[in-house]
Design a protein around this ligand. Structure first.
Ligand code: BTN
Length: 253
């Protein structure tokens, strides 16, 4: 019904001062949360990253946000919401700050080679139906310092931009971008606009990357991102293959 008013995202907005994790809250309450619900918290006490890592989420510094989605699309399509979010965030950062933000496929946004944003997408459902997707977005906005373990690889928008950034303004831009890209996607499963952004602002095309699958690692060169948002890579012998997901890290970084 809210589609008639032209927006789904944020029609329900839940804001916490403090919570363990906005993603965990979204998952635990997904049954009774509307499609498009946005959960924000000033701080997270147990922010989660990918691969079981912690996500540092100090009070008032960043954007710690989760979006609950209940699209009627095949579960295999669900993973693409990560790319939609990455495109929405990257474009919002570029438009607001002019910083040269790049997407490190598929989940991270980097500025000057350091990470400013990570995305954790969690999905539940059956073989042919998505129950819910929770897209968690963590953005280091006005952080001035980081825990020892990540200080070499993390940065914030304030550090790179030189000035404090209005978190509200950035959130609004992200939601607007996401809304537009998400609708054009779920209505006809067309990812063209998203892929154009992910390609234009790619941190990985032409680069050597390390692909991590479980415990195995190998080095490949990224040739392109295809129209479905997947990575086309070339191994040493010139053989091309498609990488659907998994962990990639830029070599030497
Ligand atoms: C990563 O890069 O490993 C993903 C980080 C995702 C962090 C966000 S912050 C909001 C949401 N809640 C969480 O607990 N994690 C995500």
């Amino acid at each position: 019904e809210s589609l008639l008013w032209g927006h789904t995202m944020g029609r329900e907005l839940i804001v916490f001062d403090s919570i363990d994790s906005t993603n965990t809250y979204g998952k635990n309450n997904a049954d009774h949360l509307m499609d498009g619900t946005i959960i924000l918290s000033e701080e997270q006490l147990a922010g989660r990253g990918r691969r079981g890592k912690d996500w540092s989420s100090p009070k008032g510094t960043g954007i710690w946000m989760s979006m609950v989605l209940k699209p009627d699309i095949p579960p295999t399509e669900g993973v693409k919401t990560t790319q939609i979010a990455a495109a929405a965030v990257c474009k919002a950062i570029r438009d607001l700050t002019g910083l040269d933000a790049l997407i490190k496929w598929p989940n991270d946004i980097v500025v000057n080679g350091r990470k400013v944003c990570g995305i954790l997408t969690e999905m539940a459902g059956q073989l042919n139906k998505i129950d819910y997707i929770v897209v968690g977005i963590g953005i280091n906005v006005n952080n001035t310092e980081f825990p020892e373990g990540i200080s070499a690889v993390a940065t914030s928008l304030q550090i790179e931009y030189g000035k404090k950034i209005d978190r509200k303004e950035l959130i609004v831009r992200i939601i607007k971008n996401f809304e537009a890209l998400y609708h054009s996607y779920i209505e006809n499963l067309n990812l063209t606009e998203v892929v154009a952004i992910v390609r234009d602002y790619s941190a990985v095309i032409g680069k050597e990357i390390k692909v991590i699958h479980g415990t195995s690692e190998r080095i490949v060169t990224v040739h392109d991102i295809d129209e479905e948002g997947f990575l086309i890579v070339e191994s040493g012998d010139g053989k091309r293959e498609v990488i659907f997901s998994g962990e990639v890290s830029i070599r030497g970084k």
